[in-house]
Design a protein around this ligand. Sequence first.
Ligand code: BTN
Length: 333
Amino acid sequence: MPTAEHLILRELVAHESEWVSGSALAAKLGVSRVAVWQHMEKLRAAGFEFEAQRSRGYRISSPPRTLHTALIETQLRVHPRGFSLLVLDTVDSTNDEAHRQLAAGRPTPFAVLARRQTRGRGRFGRTWHSDSPVNLYASFAFRPRVEPERMQTFTLWMGVNICELLAKFARVEPGLKWPNDILFQGRKAGGMLTEARIDADRMHDLVFGLGLNVNRPAGGWPADLARRAIALEEVTGTSLDLNRLAAALIGRVLLAYRAFSDGDHLATFADQWHRYDLLRGQAITLVEGGRRHTGVVTGLDDEGALLLRDPAGRTQRFRAGEVTIEKDAPLPG
Ligand code: BTN
């Protein structure tokens, strides 16, 4: 049941930068104009910035730069049964929080978002820089009813969906570096971390974590990331509305999960991946289990494994590994 503050926000967001009169809001809510004013004061206290003019009403001056539950919820277009959203100020890791919530029995699907993470993590136990509330740190939790073998393509499928969403939302051209990186101009804008609990061939639950650099951190990137990281804002040249993007992203991930569970993704997955694939035709080095393999990427197989043609012309498939693109290596003729 939406609260009065939610309804007010929904109206103001729907009218973007236009004025909405106090009496229109009062009529919508079935309350007095004084009551509307009191709700506006509560919203202001919660950090929303409004302009108010006696003759014109209210309007949002500029979208808040950081996450707000109500702003995300009012812009969410996809509402699967039982979905819930948790927006935290600071947490160790949204993936860890999602695992804790699952263990406590929270119904799925749900999403955990945070303005900051103190122990954001990536693949291979690496740290994910998570100190900037203008970026997205999000985890989605599910209890899938699919065989564990089917999960091979899960992160890849999510990557394709996120690229499609970003291309539409921000009119940008993202690229995917198998298996979990979202890149622009050779620099990383997003990373995905999927963690599943599988036991005796049964999938218990699944947490899909996404870190996405949306706007450039106020003080710039830390020195060690300056050459490797990029934010969407640096690609588009304008800052992005974080809450609108978060709502669109949540909707897309939930729909993508449904398609995945139904097996609907299998028909189109390979073509969609190909569209964003940055590795096909590239000379790379892949490190897996401490061993280095070099060769040219020829694509992905149906199970999402990377196909690598070695210098002797043999093709090997890899289900996991860390890829480095060999910049100076000649492309195959
Ligand atoms: C990677 O590139 O290695 C994956 C990075 C994943 C980072 C996200 S941020 C939200 C979620 N919580 C975490 O601790 N990690 C993921």
